[in-house]
Design a binder for this molecule. Sequence first.
Ligand code: PFF
Length: 463
Amino acid sequence: MKKKGGFTGQLGFVFAAAGSAVGVGNLWRFPYLAAKDGGGVFLIIYLVLIVTVGFSLLTTDIAIGRKTGMSAIHAYESMNKKWKFLGVITFLVPVVIMTYYAVIGGWILKYMLMFLMGGTKEAASDTFFTGFITSTSSVQFALIFMLITALVVYNGVEKGIERVSKIMMPILLVMVIAIAIYSLTLKNDLGDGTIRTGLDGLRVYLTPDFTGMSIGRFLQISLDAMSQLFFSLSVSMGIMITYGSYVKKDVDLGRSISMIECMDTGVALLAGMMIIPAIYVFSGVEGMAAGPGLMFISLPKVFDCMCAAGRIIGLVFFILAGFAALTSCISVLESITANFMEIFHWERKKTTGILSVIYLAATAVIALGYSIFYVEVLLPNGSTGQLLDIMDYISNSFMMPFIAFLTSIFIGWIIKPTWIAEEMEYGGRKFHRKQLYNVMVRYILPVIMLILFLQSTGILNML
Ligand code: PFF
């Protein structure tokens, strides 16, 4: 195999992989689901799933990457020629995600600028977000974000990705912890004698709420947790295969995987701790929005209620969100770049150059999906979406569970789990959760992933 660049060691790899995993999903989806799905009930289910399902999916991707030393397409092809198609579909996920991720990054940049310039009131107004995304100026921000991403990838694995991740991830962790602590100190007098505090909000977040719990609701919460952990760990989309291919043979994969799981879950839990109490104190969590609405509409209102501190907290929040989005976006572009380099034998700079042009155009089109290219499409899961939602739906709800399903069949029954175990045990390391992995990949993952696929495509509801 041709010698290629890689991470300098365990730390660089863990920060880069955690950088990919920690993204807007941790900030706007996890807290929303926790608030919606009975607080502690969701948290317990999520934690159990992360150390079983999440661990198995992450282990599979990273071990495939390091053992084959290649990205998705060639990795699957080298394992079994007939299964190259799985590598191709896996590669297509980041290809789709890349069209819209920089658009979200652009929104974050805009809000960063708003809070920096003192536009807290304006950012908190009801029409600001919609006004911004439907204006053509949103394109400029998306393109700037795309260019920054391309620049990092252009500089390579060690000098670009690893360096940026090693700087941004620790700062992000400190910022999340700081705002979470601040959130707990909040207090608001509602004027009717009730005082809401951040600690009350924390109780809402952590206490398991079993009201109305039935088997159906329990399953629904489990499926929510499952699709969240999928997206959150950046698995089944070839990204962790690519990152795994850059890991040196002397790195302990088992330990690294545990660290990545911990960081991703830690940031998600802390995000809940910073967002749920803040929203609870100022507006109550009942109407907590999902997705972009939470980050770009509800939170700016909360920052505005914090008076003078709001401007600083808002700015810090959007900087950390920017770091989270950038390290994720980098991993998406890197995965596409790596596959291209392997297929066409191009060098990195040329590949990044060509991909940048393509994705600058794609990003502009998706950013204009709220104005010039506005469409309303009814998605199979019942929601109506614009271009960005369509891309998001195709990649996350449709392709990822399908790929995870096929991968678990492929590894569990064709390649066999020992193939993965050998890589985990390389150099005499211990594969601590080996038995768990075997059972998960052979029996449990295929069933769960099939159910998830049927649910997220809306087929389950039709049955
Ligand atoms: N894991 C990231 C998050 O939780 O936001 C999102 C993500 C990153 C998804 C990279 C897909 C991806 F390719």
